[in-house]
Design a binder for this molecule. Structure first.
Ligand code: MOS
Length: 733
């Protein structure tokens, strides 16, 4: 079973169209919900005027004045208002909600609301926020700050022959999942509300609804509709939309649909945090890194969302795959008057790894050392210790992935052959990156959430999986089914993954952080064992013997199920106070080699070939694991040269698919994926997380390829055609 690439358990529903995405769900008598949003980045709300010409008895309006509970959507901190009150802090901030019986009435009502705002000066960039001339959070605009220190940074720099400095920047990125954020809220006759929507984290939404509406936990039910991708974009924002839809449903007494149009989705939902990373690296003449000082700043936007956790992951990945004895890292998330940024595949690591990988290329260039050699000289090895204090005992895959990627791609020969192409025509280049990704929640996150999972033997002879982890295209339903099938020695047809519904499934945590296979898979194995132990047999039985025994149990004793709570692997510790310890249960490793062609006339960068080698412990389902790596690599290349949010006065200018460009199949290189399995992780059958890893390496490898092709060293992404032609922010090398 494990390693066998079973047909997807959700395939039939998807290919026949039977799977119901949120907008496919028909709810008789449902009204339509809409949102009045701020047109400005910062200002004081003076009045909300309802135009007299509109018949307001036909609709229901909700403002901040009339909320049943606290005006906050629960995330990490209580600073995310349900609706703006007195002031607005970002363009598109929700000010009022309207429910109408049909779409034309809703549109008319939305345009008949005049919000009178006195505009005020806004903080619109990281630099603005750090200048503190205008304060929007605390007395320094800092939403969160962490530091990691190890060794003796001064002594480290004293040992260096040379100190090399670089400053790296990455921009916003939009998730552009298949279908937009959407929620349908249905009021219950006896009070309470049922939600169904496109989402990653049923229990995050459940908790936000309970708090905001002041309802008992069992008066709120959250179900997941078929979801076509999320990438973190359905981790935080659905809590906001669910609260809005529920407020309207409870107000008007009808089911309410709130399903964003694409442009509203792009304007209103979170993005990847823009970043600025300043690196000072002390090196010996032979290329050995002896000291690293890193100052990382993320733009959090106007509210905290999940930013402290994103920052934490960014910091813990900031030195990449290198052994550095003396390290000082300072990380801050600043608040700005821009739409809140939040979770996005990789969760801070792609920003950090872009910076460290470009810095390695800069060091290589300054010391005239080959990019592969400079990396080999400094790569982490088995038993090394990360700046957090974590000792790597599970096997470090950095050198294996690098060597394989270099060999498979012909990197060394091509790099020499491509250098110095014609500057007026098309140039070719090749570049590489090496990276790691910690799977599961950071620090003691898994211990805190203590995920639970259940398996249940149902009357029709199938074993049901009850967990809150969602299928969102990545293959979770199939992989979890395979893990249960393997544990019970049953065919996959004997397993049924139950669609997440908070009234049925336990809280096994959110579907985030590359944790589903590794953490939840582990919980389900324990749940299977607990179920097998209930059977009155001398020893746990599986396969046909299990089915026979379970059927007998069902008839003679009663319902048969097994429950388990996550048990962390022994010997790992994290200290939140000192911010030190075993930051992740496991690390997966990757290396990318990217080849590009660059048209110097148009500035267009076309990735031609990507060779990606990953070490992921064990590929439960090699086809799905490969698909994760392929898709993640393409998304990372988009991040590197195509995807850009243009802003003016805090407003996104390109809020549609015609203007926010992502790679299509025509932009995709030939991507070849090679999977290494060391089997050493604490995850099920040795598996590690693979969802986010492939987001980490594409952008820096692409920038290195552009450097090889053009002699332009870019420190900022995306490297769009405009940037390439102007090359203002590139060093000529
Ligand atoms: Mo996430 S970025 O869905 O951990």
């Amino acid at each position: 079973m494990i390693g066998s690439s079973q047909p997807r358990v959700d395939a039939w529903g998807k290919v026949t169209g039977r799977a119901r995405f949120v907008d496919d769900i028909s709810v008789p008598g449902a009204w339509f919900g809409g949102t009045v949003r701020s047109p400005v980045a910062h200002g004081t709300i003076l009045r909300i005027d309802l135009e007299k010409s509109f018949d307001w008895s036909r609709v229901h309006v909700v403002t901040a004045e009339e909320l049943p509970g606290p005006n906050q959507v629960r995330m990490i901190r209580g600073d995310h208002p349900i609706l703006a009150h007195h002031s607005v802090r970002f363009v598109s901030e929700p000010i009022a909600l309207i429910a109408a019986p049909d779409r034309p009435t809703l549109a008319a009502a939305l345009s008949a609301v005049d919000v009178v705002i006195r505009q005020e000066p806004a903080v619109l960039s990281i630099e603005d926020a750090l200048r503190r001339r205008i304060l929007l959070y605390g007395d320094d605009n800092i939403l969160a700050e962490y530091r990691i220190e190890t060794g003796d940074i001064e002594a480290g720099f004293a040992e260096a022959d040379q100190v090399i400095e670089g400053c790296y920047r990455t921009g916003h990125q939009e998730h552009l999942y298949l279908e937009t954020n959407g929620m349908i809220a249905t009021p219950r006759s006896g009070g309470g509300v049922d939600l169904v929507g496109s989402l990653q984290c049923p229990y995050y939404i459940h908790r936000a609804l309970v708090e905001a509406l002041g309802l008992a936990p069992d008066a709120v039910r959250v179900r997941q509709a078929a979801t076509g991708g999320a990438f973190g974009g359905k981790e935080d924002y659905p809590s906001v939309l669910a609260v809005h839809a529920a407020l309207l449903a409870l107000r008007c007494g009808n089911p309410v649909r709130m399903i964003h149009e694409r442009s509203e989705d792009i304007r209103a939902t979170t993005k990847r945090h823009p970043s600025r990373a300043q690196h000072r690296t002390g090196v010996r003449r032979d290329g050995t890194i002896v000291a690293a000082e890193i100052d990382l700043v993320l733009d959090g936007g106007a509210t905290t969302t999940l930013s402290p956790v994103v920052l934490s992951r960014a910091l813990l990945h900031a030195t990449g795959v290198y052994r550095i004895e003396n390290v000082s890292i300072r990380g801050r998330v600043v608040a700005t008057h821009t739409p809140p940024n939040g979770a996005f595949r990789g969760f801070g690591a792609p920003q950090s790894l872009f910076a460290i990988e470009r810095q390695l290329d800069r060091i290589a260039r300054e010391l005239s050392i080959d990019p592969v050699m400079i990396r080999k000289k400094n790569l982490l090895r088995d038993g090394d210790t990360l700046p957090s204090g974590q000792r790597l005992t599970e096997g470090v895959g950095a050198s294996a992935v690098l060597e394989r990627a270099v060999a498979l791609s012909g990197y060394e020969e091509k790099r020499v052959a491509y250098r110095g192409g014609r500057a007026d025509g098309t140039q070719r280049g090749i570049g590489l990156s090496v990276y790691l990704h910690g799977a599961g929640f950071t620090g003691a996150g898994e211990e805190k959430i203590a995920g639970k999972g259940t398996v249940r033997f149902s009357g029709d002879g199938k074993v049901e999986i009850l967990a809150s982890n969602v299928e969102m295209g990545q293959g979770a339903a199939t992989v979890l089914s395979m893990i249960v099938a393997e544990t019970l020695d049953l065919p996959i047809e004997a397993i049924r993954y139950v669609d997440p519904d908070t009234s049925i499934v336990p809280d096994s945590g959110p579907t985030v952080a590359s944790r589903t296979t590794m953490i939840v898979g582990r919980i389900l194995i324990d749940a299977c064992r607990a179920m097998m132990e209930k059977l009155d047999e001398d020893r746990p039985v599986s396969g046909k013997a299990f089915l026979a025994s379970a059927t007998r149990y069902l008839k003679e004793v009663g319902p048969l199920s097994g429950e388990a709570t996550y048990v962390p692997p022994a010997g790992l510790h994290w200290d939140e106070e000192t911010y030190r310890g075993d930051a992740y249960k496991s690390y997966a490793w990757g290396a990318d080699v990217i080849e590009v062609s660059v048209d110097r006339q148009t500035g267009q960068v076309q990735p031609i070939r990507a060779t990606v080698v990953v070490e992921i412990g064990r590929a439960i389902h090699p086809v799905l694991a490969t698909a994760q790596v392929t898709g993640g690599t393409l998304q990372a290349l988009g991040f590197g040269c195509l995807e850009e949010i243009r802003m003016s006065e805090g407003k996104y200018l390109n809020d549609r698919m015609a203007t926010y460009l992502i790679p299509t199949i025509l932009d995709a290189p030939e991507i070849s994926v090679s999977i290494l399995e060391n089997g050493g992780s604490s995850g099920p059958f040795g598996a590690k997380g693979v969802g986010e890893l492939p987001m980490d390496g594409g952008a820096p490898a692409l920038a290195a390829a552009i450097e090889n092709a053009t002699g332009l060293f870019f420190s900022t992404i995306p490297i769009t055609p405009e940037r390439l032609i102007e090359a203002d922010d590139a060093d000529r090398v």
